[in-house]
Design a protein around this ligand. Structure first.
Ligand code: FES
Length: 104
């Protein structure tokens, strides 16, 4: 069982629509992205070389890593453009009383 299950990551109302925010959960950094379709959570460290995706560029449902230009789907973590070859880890989040919470 993931010890970070049910970790609260902040209030949904504090996340800007169409933008992203980095939060800490234990020793991890999680990138929250709020879109019209929902709130998504990815690991903040790019699978290519470890750069922080939070410094990247959000373009609709994709995020481009600033270091070497890899592009990931925000919702699924799928690699849409290299050089990254491994998908970006994602986390399921749920809303509990308005708070974004890591799902079991
Ligand atoms: S570290 Fe992200 S593309 Fe290289």
């Amino acid at each position: 069982m993931d010890p970070l299950q049910h970790t609260k990551l902040g209030y949904a109302k504090d996340l800007p629509m169409g933008d992203m925010k980095v939060v800490k959960a234990g020793d991890r950094e999680i990138l929250l992205v709020k879109l019209e379709a929902g709130i998504y959570a990815l690991d903040n460290f790019c699978t290519h070389g470890g750069c922080r995706l939070g410094y990247g560029k959000l373009e609709g449902e994709t995020i481009r890593c600033l270091c070497h230009g890899s592009v990931f789907n925000v919702r699924t973590g799928e690699v849409l453009g290299g050089p990254a070859t491994r998908p970006q880890p994602t986390y399921n989040v749920i809303l509990e009383d308005g708070e974004v919470t890591l799902a079991p």
